[in-house]
Design a protein around this ligand. Structure first.
Ligand code: GLC
Length: 466
């Protein structure tokens, strides 16, 4: 095997490491300076691809490729996740097959009863656009093993079962009609395929199942034009070598040179996928928080634990503040219609995004974060204070080390008066009632990039007179 081959493969395995750091996310503050340092993963690549002209050139090329492929995604910030399949007809969460140990025959009967109305995804795509979401990721196959797309590899797929047509095709058309980027979720774990579990211990079964899996991925990467995201999920029970994940990614990039892939086929891929919580990856590494609107990904009729629009906005703000994306899930009903509470929350978020979207889409990494009633984003030297519990009259920020030049309410541009000393910025004369709902944004023009240091306040605030 020649050197070039080794390093190419290693890079694919490492795909998503820190290589694109500087290009992918603007890193300006000293606080994030360590992002410029090579991380251990990068060192790993370097040792596999011997340092020398060729290795370095290849790394630079890979970094440039990732920066190019991910540009739209970093700008998009907000996406819609869709979990839809046979489980939707059972109305008890997408894990119902395993969590209730439903016999395979009994479960398969539901595939015949899955009869969604034509072009249901059109309403999802419209809703996504209204909500300010710029891409969609839909389950092409979840753990249940049912393929929402057409394939020659199994009859357990939408055109040959209840739906009688290719649901992925309808989804792709719908997303494109609304100008949204198109992502495919694909579960490697499969509770239906005869080899899906025994592949763990039986090498012949593993070979068959890996060929089946690669074949299905080949189908979804070949039959729908340009696809923007491949979102692998649950790799149980195999590891990356057993899945032949490098070969898998190589095939994917061959078929879709501009695609981005996540890290759930046990390789790093292009981005990390924190689930149900907001957590930045190491500096320079792209990440996306995925989250449900209630406690279920697939439709669960009785799950009424809905997040409010305020919670969704707070999460979105926290993601983009730390350089991440937010992929928010809907679980359509078996007929494809979106549950009412999901529609309402997304519409409310969309209204807010119309007035405040610039503070999300154009945001840079923001170091300011401490408050008990606000979260922050930043564009250049402008700090956006997103007040979610409006206290009335005044709000204050502790330890802002940067001079504020002016402040205004983002909604109507009204000037906000303020005082500032070394420890505190106090924005005064505010209305008693929150001017915007569910979150009010105040824009503070600063003299340079806003930086907060609350430890400075704790240490140095005068304690005279005590
Ligand atoms: C988990 C669940 C799965 C869901 C996924 C979304 O892996 O198993 O049901 O699709 O999270 O991130």
């Amino acid at each position: 095997m020649d050197k070039k081959k080794i390093s190419r493969r290693t890079l694919l395995r490492q795909s998503g490491a820190t290589l694109a750091a500087a290009a992918a996310i603007p890193l300006s503050s000293a606080i994030f300076a360590d992002a410029q340092q090579p991380s251990s993963t990068l060192a790993g690549v370097q040792s596999a691809a011997p340092p020398g002209q060729n290795g370095q050139e290849e790394q630079a090329a890979e970094a440039a490729s990732r920066a190019r492929r991910m540009q739209w995604w970093h700008a998009a910030k907000f996406g819609m996740f869709i979990h839809w399949g046979v489980y939707s007809t059972i109305e008890r969460h997408e894990w119902v097959m395993e969590n209730e140990a439903i016999p395979i025959e009994e479960y398969m009967a539901h595939a015949k009863l899955f009869k969604p109305k034509p072009n249901a995804p059109r309403a999802w795509a419209r809703l996504a656009r209204e909500a300010g979401q710029r891409y969609m990721v839909m389950t092409t196959k979840h753990h249940e093993g049912f393929c929402n797309f057409n394939t020659q590899h199994t009859t357990y797929c939408a055109p040959k079962q209840g739906p009688g047509r290719d649901l992925v095709h309808e989804y792709v058309e719908a997303a494109r009609a609304e100008g949204l980027r198109v992502g495919f979720y694909y579960s490697l774990m499969d509770w239906h395929h005869p080899d899906g579990a025994r592949c763990e211990t039986d090498e012949d079964a593993r070979k068959r199942f890996v060929e089946y899996t690669h074949g299905l991925i080949h189908d979804i990467m070949s039959n729908y034009g340009k696809i923007d995201v491949l979102w692998y999920d649950v790799a149980w029970p195999l590891n990356a070598d057993q899945w032949e994940s490098e070969r898998m990614n190589q095939m994917v990039f061959q078929l879709q040179p501009d695609i981005i892939v996540n890290n759930r086929n046990k390789l790093l891929g292009d981005f990390s996928t924190p689930e149900q919580h907001v957590q930045a990856a190491e500096a320079g590494r792209a990440w996306e928080t995925c989250m449900t609107l209630n406690d279920s990904w697939g439709y669960q009729a009785a799950d009424d634990n809905w997040k409010s629009a305020k919670t969704v906005i707070r999460n979105l703000v926290s993601c983009v503040r730390d350089g991440g994306n937010y992929l928010l899930n809907i679980g359509p009903k078996p007929d494809g219609s979106v549950p009412e509470p999901e529609v309402n929350v997304l519409r409310e978020v969309g209204q807010w995004m119309k007035r405040n979207g610039q503070t999300i889409y154009e945001s840079d990494l923001c170091q300011v974060r401490r408050s008990s009633y606000a979260t922050f984003t930043r564009t250049g030297n402008t700090l956006y204070m997103h007040v979610y519990f409006w206290p009335g009259d005044y709000v204050a920020i502790s330890g802002l080390m940067t001079g504020v030049k002016s402040a205004r309410l983002l909604g109507d541009g009204r000037k906000v008066n303020f005082t500032q000393n070394r420890f505190q910025v106090k924005l005064v004369g505010l209305p008693r009632e929150a001017p915007d709902h569910p979150v009010t944004t105040i824009a503070l023009e600063c003299e340079s990039e806003p930086i907060q240091d609350t430890l400075f306040v704790r240490r140095n605030k005068p304690r005279d007179g005590v």
